[in-house]
Ligand binder design. Structure first.
Ligand code: HEM
Length: 544
């Protein structure tokens, strides 16, 4: 297969080079960057095979400042930006003028269909308008019982496992896989009132379809695949659609997953549309029911069609479970390495629990969760430190000038505070780089220190939707589910810290931040085990 790909790639090479010259009319060659190891692949292979996600960006920021240049395939210049003002310009101030490039859109279409993640421009605005009512703060509050139910179920499952555990190694649990099952159950119930049965291990087909999907398909992309992808922008839509059927590793894995997800989603959309239109679902609060109602009240010309509705479901399942699970996994890892913070959080939760008991309630309210300042600070810090979407790729739709808040030195030694770009310029927004900028987060930006979020910060340039991080992106295309995710994490984390202590296992496995679409944890030299975060878990208050 690789030989066919390489032959194909060489065939279009001439076209690529000619177009490349045209595209790079406004050159960014005066921006400094590391020397390219290869004309054909540029830095693409070294970047996608990074040992620890983010290390390249951190080193380049140290050497070149918050904007630097690398090479893509065929000698194409790629502009990397971690600068606050530049990111604000691209994500907040430029409307739809920095769309996702064809390669990203093709991949999202293959994984989720033609839903909101794939849509661009006015089409995206149409999707977003219909989806917004499902993500208001009051709507999300109604999901708290859903979050709590799954959190308590997870807690019970772990207590059962720990009951018969006699040693530290028997108490070691791969928390990532359990959290992924928990968040899948949550999104199933919250998004479509559907029981994924993941925590009950009911061999549900949705769960099986998603299991390890990112690691199976997007881990360590090969050079041939990189070259192949770099040609997609020259292909007509009809040929792009044929790519979905190629027997490559990623296409095969995506097809298998999407086939199952689309079938389940289609059944659910049909069923819910029927009950919504007949008035049977008036009290239903799941995201899908709200979407169907919002869609029905739209002008028929701007409604989402059946295919788009189905794609939206796939999008929620994908964007809404492993993201939150991985983010929580990194947080539990940090709390295991920082027991003093873990104790502080547990103590705070205990105080609020007393308040809840005194007023005669059985469970926490949103106000209780929001009163847990240390818990929130630790969540923010972990989302800063371990942003699981570490890079966002965009392309300039027209000529533009990108401003910088921190001037950089050009190849000629000149200090520059803006970068002119031409139409077609590829841009890698460094989420991990911005999230660790000393100028924004302080001199200890490379350390895990939740205390930074207990102080009031002023004068920051607005960049992201939550805590001014880039983790959930920002602007028109910022994560629509960030509030959902934060509330869900609060509910699950509080339940877990009330019931368990977390520690690094005695054999101290070396955890790697691996690039597999999302930044996932794996054990060094044991990647065959898939995504792993083994932590020693001890039940606090005996077994029920
Ligand atoms: C910690 C958890 C999460 C993280 C870090 C995260 C991160 C992101 C990021 C970075 C984007 C922008 C992607 C891009 O522009 O290429 C995004 C978009 C999106 N996210 Fe999330 N997400 C999380 C949880 C969720 C949840 C729980 C949901 C749904 C319930 C969700 C639904 C979406 C959707 C639908 C979009 C597309 C928005 C648009 O294009 O307008 N996400 N997310």
């Amino acid at each position: 297969m690789d030989q066919v790909l390489v032959a194909y790639v060489l065939f279009v090479a001439v076209a690529v080079v000619l177009t490349h010259r045209y595209v790079n009319r406004r050159s960014i060659r005066h921006i400094r960057g590391p020397p390219s190891p290869s004309w054909l692949y540029g830095h693409t292979i070294s970047q996608s095979h990074e040992d620890q996600v983010g290390d390249y960006d951190f080193a380049r920021i140290k050497e070149f400042g918050t904007a630097w240049r690398t090479k893509g395939c065929w000698g194409r210049d790629v502009l990397h930006l971690a600068d606050a003002k530049a990111l604000q310009h691209i994500f907040h101030k430029s409307g739809y003028h920095y769309p996702k490039p064809v390669e990203s859109r093709q991949l999202t279409r293959q994984i989720t269909g033609e839903g909101i993640l794939h849509a661009e421009g006015q089409d995206h605005a149409r999707h977003r308008k219909i989806m917004n009512p499902a993500f208001t703060a009051s709507q999300l509050r109604s999901f708290i019982p859903v979050f709590r139910r799954s959190a308590v179920k997870l807690s019970e499952k772990w207590k059962q496992i720990l009951q018969s555990a006699n040693s530290g190694s028997e108490r070691t649990i791969n928390v990532q896989s359990w959290l992924a099952r928990t968040t899948l159950d949550v999104i199933g119930e919250a998004a479509f009132d559907y029981d994924c049965g993941a925590l009950d291990d009911s061999k549900n087909e949705v769960m099986a379809a998603y299991h390890n999907m990112f690691a199976d398909s997007l881990l360590f992309t090969s050079g041939a695949t990189m070259l192949f992808r770099s040609t997609w922008k020259f292909l007509p839509e009809i040929v792009l659609r044929c790519i979905d059927y190629l027997p490559t590793r990623e296409s095969t894995r995506f097809r298998r997953t999407v086939k199952i997800i689309n079938r389940v989603s289609a059944e659910l959309v049909a069923e819910k549309t029927e009950s919504c239109l007949s008035g049977k679902a008036d009290n239903k609060k799941d995201i899908m029911s709200i979407l169907i109602k919002a869609n029905a009240s739209e002008d028929p010309r701007s409604r989402l069609n059946m295919k788009e509705m189905i794609a939206q479901m796939g999008t929620f399942l994908l964007a809404g479970h492993e993201t939150t699970a991985s983010s929580m996994t990194w947080l539990l890892w940090e709390l295991s390495k920082h027991p003093e913070w873990q104790d502080k959080l547990r103590e705070e939760i205990g105080c609020i629990r007393d308040r809840v008991t005194t007023r005669g309630d059985s469970d926490f309210s949103v106000a209780d969760y929001d009163a847990m300042a240390n818990v929130i600070a630790a969540m923010k810090e972990s989302l800063r430190f371990h942003g699981i979407v570490h890079m966002l790729v965009r392309v300039a739709e027209r000529e533009d000038v990108i401003p910088l808040s921190q001037p950089i030195v050009s190849t000629t030694g000149e200090l520059i505070s803006e970068i002119p770009v031409s139409k077609g310029q590829y841009i890698n927004a460094s989420v991990c780089g911005y999230n660790r900028l000393k100028e924004v987060w302080g001199d200890d930006a490379h350390e895990f220190n939740p205390a930074r979020f207990l102080e009031t910060k002023t004068g920051q340039i607005t960049v992201g939707v939550f805590a001014n991080l880039m983790t959930f992106s920002g602007g028109l295309r910022g994560c629509i589910g960030w509030r959902f995710s934060i509330l869900e994490m609060q509910a699950i984390l509080v339940e877990l810290l009330e019931n368990f202590k977390f520690a690094i296992p005695e054999d101290k496995p070396e955890i790697q931040r691996v690039p597999a679409g999302l930044m996932v944890p794996m054990i060094r030299n044991k990647m065959n085990l898939g995504v792993q975060m083994p932590l020693e878990v001890t039940a606090i208050s005996g077994f029920t």
